[in-house]
Design a protein around this ligand. Structure first.
Ligand code: S3P
Length: 176
């Protein structure tokens, strides 16, 4: 769907970007693209191994390359990684082709949803809980400043997807 705006989902780890993204994409017959998965396919390595073998900086460069690849409006739903939109360059690239939607969840829900996670490299540490809460405090203001729309994501994926659809309507009708 060339020239159709993308819907770019952002937010803290555990906010449901991938799960909600899939539901939303199927509701409106858009393709779904997951940036972490895209990077994994390009590199032939998991995000976890990229962090381990090449370091976080290398991963952040790959995110910017992916943001560049997804900067054109093509009518897709994009799930970003939790750190993607914190780089203003990535935000600028992704905004070129789409509307940035923040999935807003409280810190305690982010913790609850990720507390047994073994794949997110940033969370594999003994002080996971205090680290997550302080990262959340640092990141939320940046997400809020970057997003065009914020939706409450402490609900089922179906409900969140529905809320996004309603909230993006006025933006989708603008000329791209
Ligand atoms: C990251 C979040 C992860 C993934 C990587 C870094 C972050 O994505 O991109 O582990 O910096 O918050 P999710 O938000 O999908 O977990």
């Amino acid at each position: 769907m060339q020239n159709h705006k993308n819907i770019v989902l952002c937010g803290f780890m555990g906010c449901g970007k991938s799960t909600v993204g899939r539901v939303l994409a199927s509701k409106i017959s858009y393709q779904f693209l997951d940036m972490d998965q895209y990077i994994e396919q390009q590199q032939g390595l998991s995000v976890s191994l990229i962090f381990k073998e090449q370091g976080e900086q290398a991963f952040r460069h790959m995110e910017t390359q992916a943001a560049c690849d997804f900067s054109a409006p093509q009518g897709v739903v994009i799930a970003t990684g939790g750190g993607t939109l914190l780089n203003p360059k990535n935000a600028e690239l992704l905004r070129r082709g789409g509307i940035i939607v923040l999935l807003d969840i409280p810190a305690r829900i982010a913790f609850f949803r990720t507390k047994n996670d073994k794949d997110r490299p940033l969370l594999q540490r003994p002080d996971r809980k205090s680290f997550l809460f302080s990262l959340y405090q640092k990141r939320m203001p940046l997400y809020r400043r970057t997003a065009d729309i914020t939706v409450d994501a402490d609900a089922t994926p179906q409900i969140v997807a529905e809320q996004i659809l309603q909230a993006v309507q006025p933006f989708m009708q603008e000329k791209t």
